[in-house]
Design a protein around this ligand. Structure first.
Ligand SMILES: Nc1ncnc2c1ncn2[C@@H]1O[C@H](COP(=O)(O)OP(=O)(O)OP(=O)(O)O)[C@@H](O)[C@H]1O
Ligand SMILES: [Mg+2]
Length: 394
């Protein structure tokens, strides 16, 4: 990228040379330092746009190194990306709490992740009026939908996302609650801060870039992913800047590997483009007459929106524990195969929700936990396959 400077800090000459060559090929100006002290001198004298550093430094502890950069006016706002030779959680925590924007571990995933970050950091510093409708999509977009309330959409969305993150610790997973006028992912995962979909939509587009999300979205204990909670109440929900939603999701897609949206039954003008863009729609049904009939109506609607049946994964959730009809009767009415049945978990499900705990952690040996793990895997594989097919087709 012409005009942007990256300082590479790494004691290992082979790593440094590799990164320098790779980034020069991308037209970045490169500065190199083998030690923390030399890095600080270069950072303060040249004020690079980004510092890419291995926090395992012999001459200065990582925390001190980060704090020195953050506490100096010349580098307080510099983008800091750790590319660490230490895979352990302690150093990651230490770096994140000291103020790095991003922490990557040296692995086969590191370069693609770095590429995402660079692309995002240097393409989203766009003023609001120039911001694109939605950034180019890269992460997989998985949308949870239902025809009727209370079918367990939010609970399954939160729990399946946790299983996706658990099976792929290196991946960046974000869950965003788009249910209007009031979201419910926050109360399920135990996250109720001031930052939510409504407040994020109020910010200028140029501010809500990858670095902003990585830094500010909470990662509730046990759930492992980051979450953008929904509207806290109908008053906020009704005042949301709806035109920003598509753009926010676009930004999330270019920052995260998996963007998982709870749309619930909020099929609207706002959510329609996201449904059309989704790699996979997870449709939650239960076997009571009205839900099944309404699901058929939703499926008919999705078809009018050019959504392919291959992109829809139906889960029968026995949220109510009642069986109004059989699975095959429901399949016949809806016109789609039901891929998985989630068993009725009785009060255990609500208890896990009330304690803000993922089912998989609270009841690890329960059938539901085993099913959640398998479904998460299937969803990921299917979403990937659908993405590949779309790319091949275009
Ligand atoms: N398989 C299940 N077994 C038992 N209880 C369940 C099951 N799935 C969901 N529930 C319970 O059903 C209730 C509704 O779940 P949830 O809030 O996830 O549904 P929803 O479809 O998102 O509803 P809303 O329309 O309000 O957004 C919760 O109390 C949850 O604990
Ligand atoms: Mg819900």
């Amino acid at each position: 990228m012409v005009g942007k400077t990256i300082l590479i800090v790494d004691e290992n000459p082979a790593s440094r040379i590799f990164l320098a060559k790779y980034l020069r090929a991308k037209q970045f100006e490169i500065l190199e330092a083998p030690t923390g002290k030399e890095a600080l001198i270069l950072a303060w004298s040249h004020e690079p746009d980004l510092v890419l550093f291995d926090p395992v430094l012999a001459d200065i502890p990582e925390k001190k190194f980060i704090q020195k950069l953050r506490n100096d006016a010349r580098t307080e706002k510099v983008r800091l990306v750790a590319l660490s030779s230490d895979p352990g959680p302690a150093r990651r925590e230490s770096c994140l709490s000291a103020g790095v924007d991003e922490y990557l571990v040296k692995s086969s995933q590191a370069i693609p992740s770095l590429e995402q970050i660079l692309k995002h950091v240097f393409t989203t510093e766009t003023p609001e009026e120039d911001a694109p409708e939605a950034a180019e999509k890269s992460g997989l977009l998985i949308v949870f939908l239902s025809a009727k309330g209370g079918t367990g959409t939010s609970s399954l969305c939160a729990n399946l996302a946790m299983n996706i993150q658990q099976s792929q610790p290196e991946a960046r997973v974000v869950v965003a609650d788009l249910v209007l006028p009031i979201g419910s992912i926050g109360p399920i995962v135990g996250s109720e801060g001031a930052l939510n979909l409504v407040t994020v939509a109020d910010l200028p587009a140029g501010e809500t870039n990858a670095a902003y999300f990585y830094k500010n979205l909470p990662k509730p204990e046990g759930w492992q992913y980051q979450v953008l909670t929904g509207s806290p109440d109908p008053e906020h929900g009704n005042s949301i800047k709806g035109e920003r939603i598509n753009q926010i999701v676009g930004m999330l897609c270019s920052a995260y590997d998996f963007v998982i949206l709870d749309i619930g039954r909020s099929l609207s003008r706002i959510s329609r483009p996201l449904i059309q863009k989704a790699d996979l729609i997870v449709l939650i049904v239960s076997t009571d007459q009205s839900t099944v009939k309404l699901t058929k109506t939703v499926y008919d609607y999705l078809q009018t929106q050019r959504v392919n049946s291959q992109n829809i994964y139906v889960i029968l959730n026995r949220a109510l524990g009642l069986e109004g009809m059989t699975k095959s009767q429901a399949e016949e009415i809806i016109g789609l195969p039901i891929k998985t049945t989630m068993p009725y978990m009785g009060g255990n499900f609500a208890l896990a929700n009330n304690l803000n705990q993922p089912i998989t952690l609270k009841y690890p040996t329960d059938t539901a936990s085993i099913i959640l793990k398998g479904v998460a895997e299937e969803i990921v594989n299917l979403a990937r396959r659908m993405r590949q097919e779309t790319q091949t087709a275009s």
